[in-house]
Ligand binder design. Structure first.
Ligand SMILES: *Cc1c(COP(=O)(O)O)cnc(C)c1O
Length: 347
């Protein structure tokens, strides 16, 4: 039976004996060794942490399990969030699982089809607001003090705590900490969580610390530019965020690890996305491919040591955003069900 992250990592999480051990089987995702991209760019030990295999299709489930459990323990009946999509899908799933109400506030036109379909199917109350994610988050924060309501955005400290378990798993699976970890950065909760996880392991068991490389999309790169972006724009909707809530902790993770936060263009993101699908058999949503786009850029510039273990976090599943995946592609027309017609297609 699947053991969730609360059960597995209770000793390292802010849970009490009274915290319900709720789970949808989140965590324990595979660390897949690169079969073709790594060798092609001179990296012997390139790995992908495939977080798209979490129950609702993104890493958000790790933090949501802990946030929902603590909300239940505190007597909440409603999980509330603003979302670019995956937080709402995850909150809706855990709310359904636990008999809570989910209220998700999403930017109009800013959410990938698969994620919206999830929130609808799980039975969430969906509120669509005009403007960007940042406006939606500002709005829900004003509701967070209502009795019975738990705000489950990554400003909720239990989200970050749950998400740090991915760093624990990477070190377990690799048998050591990676030399470098590449990760997409939107609201900056996840880079904060990974850094916390690695630091806790380092102080507990003397594990080494990786250098972190955060990837933002060029049209939504406030941390790279050093100031908020009023109208963030990118095809990678999960990281279309102009004013990250965890700004200062992301900068701290970058600086303490000796790493970087850099921007990649949408064309680079989609090229990385295509390579993951066609050379690795790994389907991810565009935001996840941003981390790999940055890796490719750095490998091209010759700034990576090919003998060191390097991990890219693939944050969300490709089926979340079929429209982005299939841009420029077409399903071929139907043929007659004859051998002649089939041979003609195959040339
Ligand atoms: C939420 C999300 C991100 C960004 O994570 P932050 O914690 O907001 O920086 C990246 N990729 C996917 C698929 C996401 O759902």
């Amino acid at each position: 039976m699947a053991v969730g992250i609360i059960e597995r990592y209770a000793a390292y999480l802010p849970v009490t004996p009274a915290t319900p051990r709720i789970t949808l089987g989140e965590g324990s995702t595979p660390l897949v060794r690169s079969s073709r991209i790594g060798p092609a760019i001179g990296l012997d030990q390139l790995y992908f942490k495939y977080e798209g295999l979490n129950p609702s299709g993104s890493f958000k489930d790790r933090g949501m399990a802990v946030a929902a459990a603590r909300a239940i323990e505190a007597g909440a009946q409603t999980l509330l969030c603003a979302s670019t999509g995956n937080t709402s899908a995850s909150a809706s799933a855990y709310a359904a699982r636990c008999g809570l109400r989910a209220v998700v506030v999403v930017p109009a036109g800013g959410v990938a089809a698969g994620k919206l379909a999830q929130a609808l199917a799980y039975g969430a109350i969906i509120v669509t607001v005009k403007g960007s994610f940042d406006r939606a988050l500002t709005l829900v924060r004003k509701l967070a003090d209502e009795p019975g309501v738990a705000l489950v955005n990554s400003v909720n400290p239990y989200r970050i705590e749950g998400q740090k378990t991915a760093a624990f798993e990477v070190v377990e699976q690799l048998g050591r900490a990676p030399a470098r970890l590449f990760i997409p950065v939107g609201n900056a909760g996840n880079i904060t969580a990974y850094w916390r996880g690695f630091c806790e392991l380092a102080s507990r068991s003397g594990a080494s610390l990786p250098t972190l490389h955060g990837a933002q999309a060029q049209g939504a790169a406030p941390l790279v530019r050093g100031r908020p972006v009023l109208r963030p724009q990118t095809l990678a909707s999960a990281i279309r965020i102009g004013n990250p809530a965890s700004w200062s902790s992301a900068i701290a993770a970058r600086d303490e690890s000796g790493g970087t936060i850099e921007a990649v263009g949408d064309d680079e993101i989609m090229a990385a996305h295509r390579r993951l699908a066609r050379e690795e058999g790994l389907l991810v949503e565009p935001a996840s491919a941003a981390a790999v786009a940055l890796l490719l850029k750095k490998a091209n510039a010759g700034s990576l040591d090919g003998t060191e273990p390097i991990v890219c976090v693939l944050t969300g599943h490709g089926l979340k955003d079929p429209q982005a995946l299939t841009r420029g592609l077409r399903v071929p027309r139907a043929i007659e069900p004859t051998l002649v017609a089939l041979r003609r297609v195959l040339g």
